[in-house]
Design a binder for this molecule. Sequence first.
Ligand code: UN1
Length: 497
Amino acid sequence: MSTSPVFKNFINGEWVDSSSGKTFENRNPANKSELVGTFQDSTEKDVEAAVAAAREGFKKWRLVPAPKRAEVIYEMGRILVERKEQYAREMTREMGKVIKETRGDVQEAIDTCYYGAGEGRRLFGQTTPSELPNKFQMCVRQPIGVCALITPWNFPMAIPSWKIIPALICGDAAVIKPATDTPLSTYNIVKAAQDAGLPPGVLNLVTGSGSRVGTPLLRSKEVRLVSFTGSSEVGRKLAIACAEDFKKLSLEMGGKNAIIVMDDADIDLAVDGAIWGGFGTTGQRCTATSRIIAHKSIVGEFTKRYAARARSLKVGNGLDASVDVGPLVNQSQLETVSSYVDIGLKEGAKLVSGGHRLDSGDHANGYFYAPTIFGEVQPGMRIAQEEIFGPVVSILTAENLEHAIELANGTVYGLSSSIYTHDINNAFVAMRDIDAGITYVNSPTIGAEVHLPFGGTKQTGNGHREGGMTVLDIFSEWKSIYVDYSGRLQKAQIDNN
Ligand code: UN1
């Protein structure tokens, strides 16, 4: 594409330029000469305007009955269905993953809309008996206020939807700052919200860098909640910054997700799972399979079949329907992947497939890397411990189930996990003992559905879960209400001794 559309910020229901007058470019990682669009390089002033708009938007939106808020969200879902193919193609062009997966990303946003809209007629609270006569009590969910949503590039529409939809259904207002690599998909979901009839100020979009947009946004005194998905390094800084004002903070960060393959597993099924989990989205999911922990009696056979399959994957431009694996998102991810492969080689792991850039012919203009597998990886190696966020999988060997679970649990992360086995006893022990937010049996570490809690233990998060009904606990606060209809002062039991 030769034209370069200019995309604006969305503040108080209007599409506006940044006060800086500057823009930044969004380029296709499969073909760097293709400009996808230019976006606003915003500043603190734009953030202030967006937060002020959200504060005003919140005043009205919180009073709109939740079933009515839901009607706007149903309409958003319908609009996304209508535009699914266009938005998927734009997403592949801005971040590289293959078209089937970007259709899936838009679909996840659609599912989130329909699931979240259903909450408009639930948002259940509780009533309880009182210890006193003629007294009624209940607890209800209350909106929180202005939320800052800071989102990553790997699920450029799905992850924004995980935050936007529950915020809206709970009656909050929000300012979203998308990753600079993928502003277009966030622009598209915000446009769908506008076209669905969301009132001005309730949802605002400000694009730009972490330091000029993200930092002032999360430091704003008006912001009551920060919801972040991204690296542990940035998450730690956010946690420290939010602690100063005791802002509510939900974090969803790294993973070093393992598939355990037991000696009784269907090896071909496990290979299928490890190919999809390891190289789907070019390994750039927080839930990506980055370790295989194979039982010693099948590790050789598994490695042989897995490496052969990895070598047969077609890497290329994600808009080509025959391509299995797209590029990495940018130069810096490419460098990270290359440097981890060097580290793995220095650490003495055995390279069994890939291990190099693809940079000639059709690959010359993009950030392509061959699907890479290391065998004979030791648990203490950096490639077995650190999140790489690319198409690099490490195979470790386990003596037995107990050892496999110990290895699976032996990192600082605890997002997703999986076991391949036909033994129901093995499966239940793994479900109980793997320390992670998600465990799959006989399927890979990716593929979470929107109506179950999503998140992880240890350094993956800070105890919150997006998705499912648990996301409501992030975006609302409980209020307990006591109604005394006795007509006299009744002291609580503790005050009546
Ligand atoms: C992520 O891993 O970054 O579970 C999000 C999945 C998707 C979401 C992944 N539904 O694979």
